[in-house]
Structures are given as C-alpha cells and as structure tokens.
Design a protein around this ligand. Structure first.
Ligand code: NAD
Ligand code: UDP
Ligand code: UDP
Length: 319
C-alpha cells in the first residue's frame, strides 16, 4: 500500500509544477501547491482543484513559510529568459532566498527536499555533452546571470545544508523541457515556433539557427524528478535530467512546421540576432540518471511535439 505523504510543490501552478502535482495526486499523495502566480496560472491546476487532497496557497517563497510536510519539491522560479529578465533582482531573490526559506523549513520539519536546478549552471559549455562533473562557463554579470548564478547559489545552499545540518537533499539539473501548459508567450523556442507555425507567421530564428538544444518531453522529466526524490538518500545528485537527442534550432523549426501541417510549405524564417550569452550547444550526459535512477526519456521529439501542438492549437483558436 502506498502511504499518503504530505508533499509541497513550490511553483506548483507553473508548467512543470502542475504536471508534478497531478502525478503525485494520481499516486495518492496529499499535495500542497505553493505559488505566487508570477508565471503560473490557476488554469494550469483548475482540473486538480476538486480533489480534496489538493491544496493551493498563494505565497512568495522569498518570505518565510511555516507548514508541516514530508517532502518538498522546490520549483518556484521563473524559467524563461523573458520572464526571469523581467525583474532580475526578484529572480535572484526567488532562487536564493527561496532556497534558504525552503531549506530552513525542511530542516525544521525533517523533510526531504528536491531542487529544480538547471542546465544553465553549465552556462555556454565548453564540454559537450555536459556531465555533472563539468563546472560550467557562466558569465556572472550578463543578462542571464540572475537566473544562472541564482540557481548555482541555490545548489551551493543545498549542499551546505546537507553537510552542515544533514538535510536529505536532491538536486536535479533540468535540461530544456516542453509540453502542454508551457506558457504561450514566454518566448521559449518550442512555444514560439509552434504558435508561429499555427498562425502561419514566419519563424523567428535567432542567429543562424545552428545552435543546438536537447528537448525533453514533460512526462519523461516528471518521472525523472519523482524517481530522484524516491531514490535512496545517498543519491543527492546533482543529476542531469533531459533528453540527449540533440537538434539544431533550424531542425526544430523545420520539424514543427512539418508537423503543424502547412502542407508543402517550407518554413519562412525571420532572422533575429542571437541574444547575449545564448549557449551555442547543450546536450545532457545522462549516464548518471540511467545508473542511479534507472531512468531515460522515452518520448522522441516528433512524438512529444505531436502531443504538444493540440494544446497550442486550442489557445490560438481561442485568440
Ligand atoms: P514556470 O514559470 O511555468 O513555473 C515556475 C512557477 O514558479 C510559476 O508557477 C511561478 O508563478 C512560480 N514562482 C515564481 N516565482 C515565485 C516565488 N517567488 N514564489 C512562489 N512561486 C513563484 O516554469 P517551469 O518551466 O515550470 O519551471 C519550473 C522550475 O524548473 C523552475 O525552477 C525552473 O528554473 C526549472 N527548470 C525548468 C526548465 C524547463 O525547460 N521548463 C529547465 C530547467 C529548469
Ligand atoms: N524558515 C521558514 N520556515 C520554517 C523554518 C525556517 O521559512 O519552517 C526560514 C527562516 O525564516 C530562515 C530560513 O528559513 O530565515 C533559514 O532557516 P534556518 O533555520 O536554516 O536558519 P536561521 O533561522 O538560523 O537563520
Ligand atoms: N530561439 C530562436 N527563436 C525563438 C526563440 C528562441 O531561435 O523564437 C533560440 C534561442 O536563441 C536559443 C534556443 O532557441 O538558442 C532556445 O531558446 P529558449 O529561450 O527556449 O531556451 P534556452 O536558451 O534557455 O535554452
């Protein structure tokens, strides 16, 4: 029998958080979703609201929080460059003060705590693909630093609480993830390209489109997060979670346009300059996750895009 655990998900009304809340509820846990609704929405969790084991709290994690829980998934943080650069100081505060508060809470109640870290800790990587042992190449004063350095400092805090206070920690380094409930206006490449293709608009290609990313479908990622939380306590991470299938941004554009079904149409591109500090390549080395979590993504890019396009089709149709 599965014992019902009290699990808190910060950022639970966001893209990844809402899928995580859903999975934990389906498994039979009590879920407390904590979110300030900066980028998350009630729409993402509306379908869970009727479940008596689901609770939502409007709260900003940069402020202390006193609740009693068994496990904490700390996802609260804007994730797309447009959102995290909107108020960069608040982004660093969310990453750093948010981590301190959630770690303080975990320490007080003896909860296990998982941090949603990011491939951005590797910056514009000089080692490819990126293993967890690579220490990264991050610009500490650039426009992406509020996020990248905030997340790096959060990892530092997790490991110091672990060493200093014996906290049970898990750190997941999440690589680009996509799927339904991604924010349609967050400027990320998958959402931008799908929406543009659906509207018959030119595809905005930053740079020459030869930069690469590796895209993980949301269900695979959530499975990895839960496995990491459930792993034995010696598995602290950091563990890369992502799909090692690597594509150029131009290949992604061509695939999206083909799948959206503008028949015989070659994508029309609108070239834009490559943003500052935009990493040229990114691909996870997932050997550690395979070994310690027996996890590997199952959904290939085309299949995942086919599951994602209908979500955006509905949004575009509603205007
Ligand atoms: P998202 O923007 O959809 O979700 C983030 C959630 O956090 C939102 O619901 C937002 O309202 C909430 N939030 C932001 N600041 C908060 C604060 N101060 N207090 C409380 N809630 C706050 O983004 P996402 O893609 O679901 O990302 C979730 C987590 O995963 C983030 O920590 C992000 O850094 C990490 N991550 C995501 C990806 C990805 O590809 N989606 C990749 C790497 C890491
Ligand atoms: N904290 C919290 N909830 C708790 C316990 C602590 O939000 O249940 C916050 C608290 O405000 C503190 C932070 O977590 O600022 C760090 O807590 P810790 O006990 O590690 O440090 P200290 O209180 O000694 O600064
Ligand atoms: N990108 C693009 N066109 C867009 C949005 C993004 O060419 O409309 C590029 C962007 O420059 C980057 C890649 O796609 O090289 C992924 O961008 P995203 O913001 O999704 O994620 P991140 O840079 O954080 O990996």
């Amino acid at each position: 029998m599965h014992l019902r655990k009290r699990i808190m998900v910060t950022g639970g009304a966001g893209f990844l958080g809402s899928h995580l809340c859903e999975k934990l509820l389906n498994r039979g846990d009590d879920v407390l979703c904590v979110d300030n609704f900066f980028t998350g929405t009630k729409d993402n969790i509306l379908h869970l609201m009727k479940n008596p084991h689901f609770e939502v709290m409007r709260h900003d994690v940069t402020f202390p929080l006193y609740v009693e829980v068994d496990e904490i998934y700390n996802l609260a943080c804007p994730a797309s460059p447009i959102h995290y650069q909107h108020d960069p100081v608040q982004t660093t505060k969310t990453a750093v003060h948010g981590a301190i508060n959630m770690l303080g809470l975990a320490k007080r109640v003896g909860a296990k705590i998982l941090q949603a870290s990011t491939s951005e800790v590797y910056g514009d990587p000089e080692v490819h693909p990126q293993p967890e042992s690579y220490r990264g190449n991050v610009n500490p004063i650039g426009p992406r630093a509020c996020y990248d350095e905030g997340k790096r400092c959060a990892e530092t805090l997790f490991f110091d609480y672990h060493r200093q206070s014996n906290l049970r920690i898990r750190v997941a380094r999440i690589f680009n993830t996509y799927g339904p409930r991604m924010h349609p206006n967050d400027g990320r490449v998958v959402s931008n390209f799908i929406v543009q293709a659906l509207k018959g608009e030119p595809i905005t290609l930053y740079g020459d489109g030869t930069q690469t990313r590796s895209f993980c479908y949301v269900d695979d990622l959530i499975e990895g997060l839960v496995r990491l939380m459930d792993a034995k306590d010696s598995v602290t991470g950091p563990v890369n979670l992502g799909n090692p299938g690597e594509f150029t941004i131009r290949e992604l554009a061509e695939t999206v346009v083909r799948l959206v079904g503008r028949k015989g149409k070659k994508p029309a591109f609108k070239k834009k300059p490559l943003p500052a500090d935009d990493p040229l390549q990114r691909c996870p080395d997932i050997r550690l996750a395979k070994k310690v979590l027996e996890w590997a993504p199952k959904v290939r890019l085309e299949e995942g895009l086919k599951k994602t396009i209908p979500y955006f089709r509905d949004i575009v149709a509603r205007g």
